[in-house]
Structure formats: structure tokens, C-alpha cells
Design a protein around this ligand. Structure first.
Ligand code: SF4
Length: 55
């Protein structure tokens, strides 16, 4: 089975990390009240399936 390209936080519209420090808050996790809402820019999304249209 081929692994689908997965959205990473750094490319996500719900992520508010700065480019230069790699970690930032996921607004979906934050809005839900998760204790761990800070994610790494290269964290693969665990919130929803993301289909990269040109993959
Ligand atoms: S965990 Fe998913 S929804 Fe949250 S910022 Fe990362 S890619 Fe976006």
C-alpha cells in the first residue's frame, strides 16, 4: 500500500508556528482544549485526512 502524502503542520492553514522556530500551535487542537496543542512544523497531521490535489 502506498502511503498518501500527508499534510504537515507547516503547510496547514490551522497552524500558527513561525518559520524559524519549528514549533507552533494547532488551532484545531487548541480550540478543542487539548493540553498538547503545540506541534512541530514537520508533524504529520493527525486531525484529518488531507488529499493533496496534484499528488
Ligand atoms: S495537526 Fe493537522 S490540523 Fe493541526 S496544525 Fe497540524 S496539520 Fe493542521
Amino acid at each position: 500500500m502506498v502511503k498518501k502524502p500527508q499534510l504537515m503542520c507547516k503547510d496547514c492553514e490551522y497552524w500558527y508556528g513561525a518559520d524559524d522556530n519549528d514549533y507552533g500551535p494547532c488551532s484545531i487542537k487548541h480550540a478543542r482544549g487539548d493540553k498538547k496543542f503545540i506541534t512541530h512544523g514537520f508533524h504529520e497531521c493527525d486531525e484529518f485526512e488531507y488529499k493533496i490535489s496534484n499528488a
